[in-house]
Design a protein around this ligand. Structure first.
Ligand SMILES: NC(=O)c1ccc[n+]([C@@H]2O[C@H](COP(=O)([O-])OP(=O)(O)OC[C@H]3O[C@@H](n4cnc5c(N)ncnc54)[C@H](O)[C@@H]3O)[C@@H](O)[C@H]2O)c1
Ligand SMILES: O=C(O)CC[C@@H](O)C(=O)O
Length: 391
């Protein structure tokens, strides 16, 4: 039996894939084989030794200590693209709503009941204070052209906007999906200088932390609206307040409110709703659960952030999986360890991603419990090996 524990509210569509499988316990013990999580911060979490994999039902993995997990032999998955449409729709909604002052106007209209039969007259007298602008013909900058950025860029074009985008690391897949009418910014400063709206769709990493900062604000077109549905830390809050005060930034729409940002003027706080649709929560939960179960049951890896995709059809009687550093002679040492157990290799695969690698070897017969323990111990003692499983 395998155990998967969950953090956060995971959609029932995903949980049923565990509950209805007789080989699994859901939230069954303190020593789970896998963890399903959404936004819970796991940086201070003590991972039990039993944990072999974590699946993040969502895109951002900044809540998970990836390097620590990798060193402990834990594979970390996310669900690329599974919530992209939900985020795109909310970004477009906020693009229009912020341009039309919709939230403050509606907030005001909700207070009018006391005017009784005069409501219509009060509305007509005051509505000029909420006059907005159309987004058609305005310039939108999209920073990050991954699953979400591409959808936003393409649909903004359809709404009549000029779109300029910046992503020096764009994937070939994303480039294929991007409309050729999206203009390419060669430097992020072009986005700051030219755009009426900028929307951020990049992961939070050491390199992108405070990507939008005092130097960016100095280059911005006066009155620009920034939409941040990626992560709060991408914007330097110590200089944002002044940029909003001076009008350099006309509005800051953020899915990540905190006390500091809430005290600033012209902030539109959204309570982290980017991925909060029934459809997106189901997509993420189902994808995360399937990836996690596949890894636990077969060792095959799809959409891990710390290891490459590795798939091998099961062709032997027993499977050996080894997670190890991407250094010379690892496969040689693993097969040498196997040679002491008089077992033939039916098939094998080795793939690497940056400094880490993964080797799967199908064996032509089932080893005894004693042999399995001996083989595991031998391979675990190889320098650079962080996880060994026999499935
Ligand atoms: N608000 C929400 O509920 C919500 C939901 C989903 C995702 N997100 C956030 O949005 C982020 C993006 O999601 P996604 O699904 O599009 O991810 P993705 O991985 O598909 O795309 C990210 C893109 O950013 C690009 N990029 C990385 N560094 C960059 C830089 N310095 N400058 C420009 N581009 C850069 C990458 O090349 C990639 O194309 C996630 O990491 C997550 O933090 C938030
Ligand atoms: O789980 C959520 O609601 C938010 C997910 C979102 O921030 C993500 O990065 O995918």
């Amino acid at each position: 039996m395998l155990t998967i524990n969950t953090f956060n509210a995971i959609s029932q569509r995903g949980l049923s894939l565990i509950e209805e499988d007789l080989n699994y316990y859901l939230n069954g013990s303190g020593d789970p084989d896998g963890i399903l999580v959404r936004s819970k911060n796991l940086h201070d979490f003590e991972f039990p030794e039993s944990v072999k994999a974590i699946a993040r039902a969502g895109a951002g993995v900044n809540n998970i200590p990836i390097d620590e997990c990798t060193e402990k032999g834990i594979v970390v998955f996310n669900t690329p693209g599974a919530n992209a449409n939900a985020v795109k729709e909310l970004v477009l909604a906020n693009l229009i709503a912020s341009s039309r002052n919709l939230f403050s106007a509606v907030g005001w209209a909700q207070t009018l009941q006391e005017h009784g039969d005069d409501v219509a007259a009060v509305v007509e007298a005051k509505k000029k204070e909420f006059v907005g602008s159309e987004i058609k013909g305005k310039k939108l900058g999209v920073v990050g052209l991954g699953a979400i950025g591409v959808l936003v860029a393409n649909d903004a074009l359809a709404l009549g906007m000029d779109v300029v985008a910046y992503d020096p690391f764009i994937s070939v897949d994303a480039a294929w999906r991007l409309s050729r009418d999206v203009n390419r910014a060669m430097h992020i400063d072009e986005v700051w200088a030219e755009c009426d709206f900028v929307t951020l769709h990049i992961p939070l990493t050491d390199k992108t932390n405070r990507l939008v900062n005092g130097s960016s604000f100095n280059k911005m077109k006066e009155g620009m609206t920034i939409l941040n549905f990626s992560r709060g830390e991408l914007v330097d809050e110590s200089t944002l307040g002044q940029a909003l005060e001076s009008g350099t930034v006309g509005k800051y729409v953020t899915d990540f409110p905190n006390p500091r940002v809430l005290s600033m003027k012209n902030v539109v706080p959204v309570p982290h709703l980017g991925a909060s649709t029934v459809e997106s929560e189901e997509n993420c939960a189902v994808m995360a659960t399937k990836q996690l179960k596949t890894y636990l049951e077969t060792g095959n890896i799809k959409h891990a952030v710390n290891l490459p995709d590795v798939e091998l059809p099961y062709s032997g009687k027993m499977r050996l999986t080894v997670m190890h550093k991407n250094i010379p002679n690892m496969v040689g040492q693993i097969t040498t360890a196997l040679s002491g157990f008089a077992v033939n290799i039916a098939d094998m695969i080795n793939r690497s991603k940056a400094t880490w690698a993964y080797t799967m070897i199908d064996l032509d017969h089932v080893l005894t419990e004693e042999e399995q323990a001996g083989l595991k111990q031998k391979i675990e003692s190889i320098e650079g090996v962080v996880s060994v499983r026999l499935i």
